[in-house]
Design a protein around this ligand. Structure first.
Ligand code: MG
Length: 377
């Protein structure tokens, strides 16, 4: 069995309500998929994270086309661990030299996810089974991407499907942040969990002051209070505030992961299946974290393919606290597959089908597929 083709697929749709974070605004949704084909005629699908910056899609597609595809075509997909290692060894130095380790890891993630899907389809088993078996038949999720604008309706919709944990974006305006946290606490039942995500917005002093001010809201965790490369700073904030600190969506590779853990900078690590190296990369990350007794909660803010991968991962790899579910409307999360991924009683069930457990809606994909030169940035 040999891989014969690695194909990038770029989809785009403009957003009526932009997604706002402390560092930028997303005015359109772009979804970057990778389709891997084998000489058996079977295919696998993966997703490459691509929210910010909007023009990052060019780097990802180029990395995939000129860097990754030539090393993957001709390989036997059953050698997935070796393929992952080959890509990592070949391109980590290149990524450091380029100063673009992110795009390298994001592109490797998409191809890794696609090969696992392909393998699962080939042997007729789910990726969760290939990863060692099912630990959870369903996966608890929390709703994120809420704020800084109005979120009442989203909260109501998600409470209705049994979600009991919510994450609010903060880090822009202090008054607005505190008003939003207070409003959120009012909307939620007493036992509901509330987290905040500063998206790297604060300096150390501000982080400590703000988090201490928010004590009354009983936050389950505070995410990325500082810039993600300030590992010592994170450790000091963690020490002073007594509230769990979560991050990991912007931590790349084994060395950085080890540093974060050695410095005792994190309480919950948050790998993203479409950023930190797919199943192979995230597995290394959470296994390393487990040796420091640090659990994981996958980051997710993408399309249905990454969500499906995250479900397989959490269902099979022990140590998960909960899975993120972006609550903003996104056709690439809601309609990319022939079957919708639904939440019931706050959980998503592990699908029964092989691979990632879903099939792409090819008509939908063709409708939203866009040539790179026609993308709006
Ligand atoms: Mg985050």
């Amino acid at each position: 069995m040999r891989i014969t083709k690695v194909e990038p697929i770029v989809l785009q749709v403009p957003l009526t309500n932009p997604v706002v974070t402390s560092f930028g605004m997303m005015t359109s949704r772009t979804c970057v998929l990778v389709r891997v084909e084998a000489d058996t005629g079977q295919q696998g699908i993966g997703e490459i994270w691509n929210n910010f910056p909007s023009w990052g899609v060019y780097e990802k597609v180029a990395t995939l086309k000129y860097g990754i595809a030539p090393l993957v075509v001709g390989e036997d997909p059953r050698d997935i661990r070796r393929i992952h290692q080959k890509l990592r060894n070949t391109y980590t130095v290149m990524g450091l030299q380029w100063g673009a380790i992110g795009p390298i890891y994001h592109s490797m993630s998409g191809v890794d996810m696609a090969i696992w899907d392909l393998l699962g389809k080939h042997v007729g088993r789910s990726v969760a089974h290939l990863l060692g078996g099912v630990v959870h038949e369903s996966v608890q999720v929390y709703a994120s991407g809420l704020g800084p604008g109005s979120f009442e309706e989203f909260v109501e919709q998600h409470l209705e499907v049994g979600i009991t944990a919510f994450k609010l974006k903060v880090g822009r305006d202090e008054q607005q942040d505190i008003a939003n946290i207070r409003r959120m606490r009012e909307l939620l039942p007493k036992q509901a969990k509330l987290m905040i995500d500063a998206n790297q917005a604060w300096d150390e002093r501000t982080a400590v002051q703000r988090i201490q001010r928010y004590q009354e809201f009983e936050l389950t965790w505070v995410e990325e209070p500082l810039q993600c490369d300030d590992i010592e700073g994170m450790a000091r904030v963690r020490e002073q505030v007594g509230v769990p600190i979560a991050f990991g969506e912007n931590v790349y590779g084994q060395r950085q992961t080890r540093k974060v853990l050695e410095q005792r900078a994190v309480d919950i690590i948050q790998p993203d299946l479409s950023k930190q190296g797919g199943f192979s990369g995230c597995l290394q990350m959470v296994e390393m974290a487990a040796s420091w007794d640090v659990p994981y909660a996958p980051h997710f803010l993408g399309g249905a393919v990454c969500l499906a991968a995250s479900i397989q991962f959490v269902a099979s790899i022990p140590g998960a606290v909960i899975l993120e579910l972006d609550a903003n409307p996104n056709p690439f999360r809601e309609r990319l597959f022939t079957q919708t991924i639904t939440v019931s009683k706050g959980e998503i069930s592990l699908p029964r089908l092989p691979g990632l457990g879903f099939e792409l809606d090819e008509e939908f994909v063709e409708f939203y597929r866009i040539p790179l030169e026609h993308m709006s940035l």
